[in-house]
Design a protein around this ligand. Structure first.
Ligand code: SAH
Length: 470
């Protein structure tokens, strides 16, 4: 982010515009929405500017901008549509301490004006850092359609009511009250009785919510999927949207955490392969502690919570503490990884079972039924397998596996950095050597179009290898 969005306090403060043409008029249209004191410096102001000046909405100074004219201004717009003049006035304004924007000159501007959706006091600002004004306009158009005009009215009444709503305890109950107001009681009141009906509706709603029994805290054990936020389930999204506390594994993608309710407390429970990690007891205690305070806890795990997620231990701890829980399943990494290579985990006539195994467990490298796994046609998805690649390779070969058995590694499945390496059992350790992201290793599976997704330096498959799995 090269530009950080903020909402600037401008009530009663001075904003200065230099220029009297179209560019100045366009900026003034936006600025007139504010409660700022606006001054325009222009030799030859356009008729719209004259009209604004006559009605007393702006102060018009009929001359070019000069040293000292920015006194006390918070913002300054150079809108002369003349690069040399804009540079001259911008330098003066900056020396005077104002934040400067030069119209159509991103490079020399200290701030940029976003596209705005105005439901005062609700304001949506959209910026693309100048990269795609078309996109900003499209987003604005969509939001204009989505946000009802009455939203502004509701927010104004809501704001005035905030103190009274504090009669409800912070957290879920207060939130439920506001959600009820903005999405149900508020719009209904405006529709039936206009603005006059809003305040009485708020009073009635508060009385009702105060009379409600407080809800007990609970824990949702939620699968966040492999990384792509679009692969979250709707249930997971809803849970994130309502959470008071989100306790997440390190593997959960930041784009997904973005979807958590803004006021939610985010706690990272560092758990990743061999790396440093938060002890399970600490995680259990955090879940239980917050739930006992009546909060809605989302325990967010990558992929599916039921696959190498220590789900049972967490459920056990919650049950022992008498805390209500439910599991929201997610898409496991192997599903995303197999989709990435255009294959399926099982296939009629090829493999009627698939193994999900881990490269290491609590005791170190994990042991499996290697003899079975070494057989032709077996398919397995190895989780947490990068560090144990050489061990797995060694065990399989020792039990008679063909070194030419196809192996496919999918790193960062479903994420923008996704990488696929098609190799063989012989090439496995080399294939994972430089990988830093989470990876699924498929034993006995080649990409549907072998070679197409292979990395340039990965060993290419031979026809017999491909035949082996078809
Ligand atoms: N519960 C998770 C697995 C947790 S164990 C699930 O169902 O997916 C962590 C391992 O999952 C990682 O070591 C890696 O093997 C795998 N993994 C998680 N996300 C992945 C991704 N986006 N791409 C490839 N592998 C991933």
């Amino acid at each position: 982010m090269k530009h950080f969005p903020v909402f600037l306090a401008v009530e009663g403060r001075r904003i200065v515009v230099s220029g009297g043409g179209e560019a100045a008029v366009a900026k003034l249209r936006l600025l007139m929405k504010t409660d700022a004191r606006i001054a325009v410096f222009a030799d030859a102001p356009a008729p719209e500017i004259e009209t604004l000046a006559r009605s007393g909405k702006i102060t018009l100074v009929r001359r070019a901008f000069a040293p000292g004219d920015t006194a006390g201004a918070v913002l300054f717009y150079a809108a002369n549509e003349d690069a040399a003049e804009d540079a001259r006035v911008a330098a003066l304004a900056e020396a005077g301490g104002a934040l400067v924007n030069i119209v159509d000159n991103l490079e020399d501007s200290r701030f940029i004006t976003p596209a705005i959706v105005d439901r005062d006091p609700v304001t949506v600002a959209i910026g693309t850092e100048g990269a795609a004004p078309v996109l900003a306009r499209a987003i604005k158009a969509e939001l204009e359609e989505r946000l009802p005009p009455v939203l502004g009215v509701l927010a104004r009444f809501g704001k005035a009511f905030r103190k009274r709503a504090e009669a409800l305890p912070f957290g879920g109950r207060r939130r439920a009250f506001w959600a009820d107001y903005y999405f149900r009681a508020g719009p209904a009141a405006v529709e039936t009785g206009g603005e006059a009906a809003v305040r009485p509706a708020l009073d009635a709603l508060l009385t009702r919510h105060l009379a409600r029994q407080p809800r007990a805290g609970r824990v949702d054990l939620v699968g966040a999927g492999p990384g792509d936020p679009e692969l979250l389930t709707l249930k997971a999204r809803k849970a994130l949207d309502a959470a008071d506390v989100v306790i997440h594994d390190r593997l959960v993608a930041p784009e997904i955490l973005e979807l958590a309710r803004r006021e939610a407390i985010l706690l990272e429970a560092g758990k990743e392969g061999f790396g440093p990690h938060t002890p399970q007891e600490t995680i259990n205690a955090a879940m239980i502690g917050h739930a006992r305070k009546g909060l809605h806890v989302v325990r967010l795990k990558s992929g599916d919570p039921g696959v190498f997620g220590r789900l049972d231990e967490e459920i056990g701890a919650l049950e022992a503490a008498g805390v209500a829980w439910r599991v929201i399943p997610g898409l496991t990494a192997a599903s995303a990884a197999v989709a990435a290579i255009g294959q399926s985990l099982t296939r009629r006539g090829r493999n009627s079972s698939v193994r999900i195994l881990t490269g290491h467990d609590v005791r170190g490298f994990a042991e499996h039924d290697w003899r079975q796994l070494a057989r032709r046609g077996e398919v397995a998805a190895v989780y947490m397998g990068k560090k144990s690649a050489r061990f797995v390779q060694g065990r399989l070969m020792m039990h008679g596996a063909d070194p030419a058995t196809p192996v496919t590694v999918v790193e960062n499945a479903s994420r923008p950095e996704q990488q696929t390496v098609a190799t063989t059992l012989a090439g496995l350790p080399a294939a994972v050597a430089g990988m830093s992201g989470p990876a699924i290793i498929f034993l006995g599976l080649a990409p549907r179009h072998a070679g197409a997704t292979a990395q340039p330096d990965a060993p290419q498959e031979t026809p017999e290898q491909t035949a082996l799995i078809r």
